[in-house]
Write a protein that binds this ligand. Structure first.
Ligand SMILES: [Zn+2]
Length: 229
């Protein structure tokens, strides 16, 4: 039973096609609609049997949930079995209307609530974010859904946002290399001091200028401290 806090729950029993493979996976759609809700559309049944969406997000980010996300409904053919379908307002003009900031915020909030990771879905059962036309097996009607503008937003806004505070592999490698260099530098200092002390104990002047500087410093410290012996 998964009813999302980020949505208003308005259940529509007739779009329930049975249990869903519980992947943390969403497929995004564009509805070619100015509607503020799809409740009447799904409830009226004119969409036909086996067609539905779990969620609809209006222009202002208001979201309605029509079906428990643990259930399956028909929105993307081969992806139905493992994904949550999210329909979205597009002013009935998807070619010129990207998702609004409020819609993007809501998509990200829903994905976070479902635990969807910031990566692209694979064609088969997997976790992540997908879009309707991503694979032909999901898009037997050859729709352009969700349109070029939104496909770009999936890649440049939604997936990066879901990666959140995680560092990229490159950033991690850089941090690791930096801390490693610091450790190596400190080790070299300690080794120099030890060699300088050993030279000094044997009464020889170190040839290495760095070590000689350490010995001179120690001699100075002894004179100033006036230590016995
Ligand atoms: Zn679609």
């Amino acid at each position: 039973m998964t009813i999302l806090k980020s949505c208003v729950h308005r259940p529509v029993a007739k779009i329930d096609d049975g249990p869903r493979d519980q992947r943390k996976a969403v497929v995004l759609h564009t509805a070619v609609s100015r509607a503020t809700s799809l409740f009447d559309f799904w409830q009226g049944g004119s969409a036909g049997k086996g067609i539905g969406s779990h969620i609809y997000i209006a222009e202002d980010g208001h979201a309605e949930q029509y079906l428990d996300t643990s259930r399956e409904t028909g929105h993307a053919f081969a992806a139905n079995a493992f994904t949550v379908g999210i329909e979205t307002w597009d002013n009935a003009d998807p070619d010129h209307t990207p998702w609004t900031q409020a819609q993007l915020d809501k998509i990200i909030a829903i994905c976070q609530e479902l635990g969807v990771p910031g990566k692209a879905l694979l064609e088969g059962p997997s976790d992540g974010v997908g879009f309707h036309r991503q694979f032909p097996s999901w898009n037997e009607n050859k729709h352009s859904c969700p349109g070029d503008l939104r496909v770009n937003q999936v890649k440049t806004v939604i997936i990066p946002a879901l990666q959140g505070g995680d560092v990229t592999q490159d950033e991690f490698d850089e941090m690791h290399a930096k801390s490693h260099r610091v450790r190596v530098d400190r080790l070299a200092e300690v080794a120099d001091s030890a060699l300088a002390l050993s030279d000094w104990a044997e009464g020889t002047e170190p040839a290495d200028p760095g070590r000689k500087a350490i010995v001179d410093k120690l001699k100075g410290a002894r004179r100033e401290g006036g230590s016995p012996g």
